[in-house]
Design a protein around this ligand. Structure first.
Ligand SMILES: [Mg+2]
Length: 211
């Protein structure tokens, strides 16, 4: 069939660990505030990233964070990112890749960070072509955020691109295709446990999948 309309492709990006290299900062801030919320301080980054095996906040709730403290915790953990946004580095070739991908797809960021923190960061790093950022501000997890996009674009082919097992689990629950990236918080081996549709080890590999 000629002139068949191509289906819209939507790429939902995670931010921390997928676009920006933030694990050291996140670990440092977390260690500073953990005690205040009755959480044990992780011994190393290796222990810290285990919190991301499932949704980060769910993980903290199982480790002793009280639900009534959750929104205060999110603010105290995420706001300091603003002070360091210029010091954090975008992963090499990520900006260019997003630019190229934006010619083939509509791009959103779905993050467990705060929307205004990420909006400020993408501005500071001059990341363009992002249609919108959906953050953890209103308490909705990634599953619900992804479902919102699905509802808005019912005919689109949707991928979630993230660096943790938790991301892959949530995206699968929401019913979209999953792409795990190996340059962030979790290793290829760890990501494999959640059986993503694709695993990539360099940003440019995303261009091969989204064609
Ligand atoms: Mg991440």
């Amino acid at each position: 069939m000629k002139n068949r309309k191509k289906r819209l492709i939507i790429l939902l990006f995670d931010y921390d660990g997928t676009i920006i290299d933030s694990v050291n900062l996140a670990y440092k801030i977390f260690k500073n505030i953990a005690k205040e919320y009755g959480l044990a301080s992780p011994k190393s980054i290796k222990h810290f990233v285990e919190f991301y095996n499932i949704n980060f906040y769910e993980s903290l709730l199982t480790r002793g964070l009280l639900k009534i403290h959750l929104s205060k915790f999110i603010n105290e953990f995420r706001q300091p990112f603003l002070d360091y946004e210029k010091k954090m580095k975008i992963f090499p070739y990520m900006k260019e890749t997003i630019k190229k991908l934006s010619k083939k797809a509509k791009i959103f960021i779905i993050t467990s960070n705060l929307s205004d923190v990420i909006e400020s960061s993408i501005k500071a790093h001059k990341i363009e072509h992002v249609s919108a950022v959906i953050g953890a501000d209103n308490g909705i997890g990634k599953v619900n955020a992804i479902k919102l996009i699905k509802k808005r674009f019912p005919k689109a082919i949707i991928y979630y691109i993230g660096d943790t097992s938790g991301d892959m689990i949530e995206a699968k629950k929401a019913g979209v295709k999953t792409i795990g990236v190996t340059w962030g918080y979790h290793s290829r081996l760890k990501l494999k446990e959640t059986d993503p549709d694709f695993i990539v080890s360099a940003p440019k590999d995303l261009l091969k999948i989204i064609d």
